[in-house]
Structure formats: C-alpha cells, structure tokens
Design a protein around this ligand. Structure first.
Ligand SMILES: Cc1cc2nc3c(=O)[nH]c(=O)nc-3n(C[C@H](O)[C@H](O)[C@H](O)COP(=O)(O)OP(=O)(O)OC[C@H]3O[C@@H](n4cnc5c(N)ncnc54)[C@H](O)[C@@H]3O)c2cc1C
Length: 313
C-alpha cells in the first residue's frame, strides 16, 4: 500500500524525531513519524533525567518521552508505532520509506533513528539479557544491591558505570581486553579509590548460569588460559552503534563508525534528507542536543518543501 500526501517522513520517535515532529507539524507540514517500537527512544530507559533544562527537580525518561509524543500529536503529527523502516528509496524526487505494512512517500525525510548498545556476542549474553545481563547501570543497577557484578569495557562509559555500581553492589570488577584502560585519568583514580577491581588483558568468553547469571568464563589474552568467576551481574559497556544501516544502504554518507555525516543545518549528502540526534556524528549525545538537532532538521525540511523567500537551498 502506498501512503502519500505527506511533506515529511520522520524515522524514529526518540527525542530528536519527536521534536522534529513538533516543529514540522506546527509549521504546517504534513508529518508522519515511523517508529519500530513505541515512542520515546532510549530516553525512556532513563529513570531520572536531571540535566534537561527546565526540569529543576528532574523528570523520568518515560514521563519526558510521553510528553514529547503527546506534544507532537497535539500539533497534528501522526505517530505510527510498531512500524520499522526496512528500506529507503531516496533516489526519486519523492523519498520513500518502506515498512512491513506500507510504503510512505514525501519530498523530505528526517532520519532520527538513534543508536543501540554494542553487544559482546558471546554465549549466554542473549539468554541472560534482563536476567543478570544489562547494558544500562542507571536502569538496572538497583537490582544488584549487595551483589557482585562485572563491568565489561575500558572507556569512560565503562568506568562511569563501574563507579555508579560501586555505590550499590557489594563488589565491582572491570574486565578489559587491553593492559590499560582508555578512560580518563581522573576516572581511573576514582576507580582505585572506590576499590573497583581491574581484570586487565582478559575477555569474557561466556556468561554462565542456570536461570540467571551465576558467573563468567574469562579468557586470559596472553596465556590463552580460562578461568571462572562467580558473579551475579554483567554490565556490558563496549560502546554504541548508530542505527544507520537502512540510511546507509540508500546512499546516505556515514563516517567510519557508521554515524550519519551532517552539516550544521543537519543536511546529509542527499538533498531533502536530514538527520538528527544520536544517529549523527554530533559530539554530544544527549536529550538536549537531540532536541536541538531535531529543531534544525524540521526547519530545513520546512524550507525545502515551502521555499520561503529567506530559504537558502
Ligand atoms: C539509561 C540512559 C540514561 C540516559 N540519561 C540521560 C540523561 O540523564 N540526560 C540526557 O540528556 N540524555 C540521557 N541519555 C541519552 C539520551 O537518551 C539520548 O541521547 C537520546 O535518547 C537520543 O535521542 P534520539 O532521538 O537521537 O535517539 P533515540 O532516543 O535512540 O530514539 C531513536 C528511535 O528510533 C527508533 N528506530 C531506530 N531504527 C528505526 C527504524 N529502522 N524504523 C523505525 N524506527 C526506528 C528507535 O526504536 C528509537 O525509538 C540516557 C540514555 C540512556 C540509555
């Protein structure tokens, strides 16, 4: 089925996509948002957001997501849940987005598909996801009060996660495949102060347990020896991957890590196609920056469709 009559299609209903929808619909563009899950994006996983301006007492991620979606709908944007964009065709004048239900067409398209956590890809990881395996300490840390956990990774997010968990868990160990952490010096010093154990030159080869995580099998890089470590939780912090595959396959340029390349007007290399939020190469990946980029993208889409006198193509 072909759904036409839109001015802008937005891929992803996280903070970037929903903000684009608010601005696009409010400026009079016929706007549809295609979301593979439910509206909210990653922010919905944050128990409390304390740094989004205008909420001095903080706001739960779920609450913020719900408000953004309500505001976008209130402005007249359509939000289509459970519609994953599986293919884009950006060659014709009208950009097309295909989902399992229909094909949507519009002269402009905003990609706001965010990112996802990189996984270890070892046995047990999928099986115990949500039963001891987590990618988000802020979301799940409280379940590990008084328990023993390992954090996998060597960068800043792994260090921050380990420090956060050291307030809750009875023991925290950081497993890193290299001999030295990549995290900032100040964080490494904090790790020492908080007595976070370092297991360097080791990789997690397997996550084991019965109904929940009970331990990990560690492989020593240099010797090839394996050992078992009994723990209750594994927090994987080895980076994020942008959800840019569909865009990339349609000819949108990405950097070496897969982030969509945009200019200061959120324009990609394809005319009429914009990108905003965590899927782009922007240096700060936060709600505030996603919101700002979403505004710029919507404004550009408006200019592209309506061609006001001040618009510079
Ligand atoms: C636990 C946690 C705590 C955080 N705390 C804070 C904080 O305190 N302050 C802060 O500013 N930021 C915080 N962040 C970061 C913030 O959530 C992100 O920067 C923000 O959500 C990025 O918004 P986005 O719209 O670019 O992407 P996302 O929020 O990731 O949204 C992208 C959306 O696109 C959808 N999507 C992807 N591919 C497709 C497809 N092919 N078709 C259709 N839909 C698709 C996804 O399902 C998703 O809903 C936190 C993140 C996490 C995980």
């Amino acid at each position: 089925m072909m759904n036409e009559g839109y001015d802008v299609i937005i891929v992803g209903a996280g903070p970037a996509g929903l903000t684009s929808a608010i601005y696009a619909a409010r400026s009079g563009l016929r706007t549809t948002v295609l979301e593979r899950g439910i509206p909210g994006g990653l922010v919905a996983e944050a128990p409390l957001i304390e740094n989004f301006p205008g909420f001095p007492e903080g706001i739960s991620g779920m609450d913020l997501a719900e408000r953004l979606a309500r505001q976008a709908k209130g402005m007249g944007a359509e939000i289509r849940d459970l519609e994953e964009v599986i293919e884009l065709d950006l060659e014709a004048g009208e950009k097309q987005a295909r989902t399992h239900k229909a094909v949507y067409a519009a002269p402009t398209l905003i990609i706001a598909s965010g990112s996802h956590y990189r996984t270890l890809g070892v046995p047990g990881e999928q099986e115990f996801r949500g039963r001891g395996v987590s990618y988000c300490a802020v979301c799940d840390g409280a379940f590990f009060k008084g328990k023993r956990v390992v954090v996998v990774g060597g960068g800043n997010s792994a260090a921050v996660t380990a420090l956060y968990l050291s307030n809750l868990a009875s023991g925290v160990m950081l497993v890193h495949r290299r001999g030295q952490l990549r995290a900032e010096e100040a964080l490494v010093e904090d790790l020492q102060r908080r007595k976070v154990g370092l297991l360097l030159n080791k990789v997690v080869k397997e996550i084991i347990g019965d109904t929940r995580v009970e331990g990990v099998v560690l492989l020593e890089n240099e010797t090839g020896e394996t050992s078992e470590l009994g723990i209750d939780g594994v927090f994987v912090q080895i980076g994020e991957v942008p959800n840019s595959q569909v865009a990339r396959e349609a000819g949108v340029e990405v950097d070496k890590d897969g982030y969509i390349i945009v200019d200061v007007r959120q324009r990609t290399n394809v005319r009429g196609v914009y990108a905003a939020g965590d899927v782009t190469l922007g240096p700060v990946k936060q709600v505030g920056t996603s919101v700002g980029q979403g505004i710029i993208a919507a404004n550009e889409a408006f200019g592209y469709v309506k061609r006001p006198y001040y618009y510079k193509a």
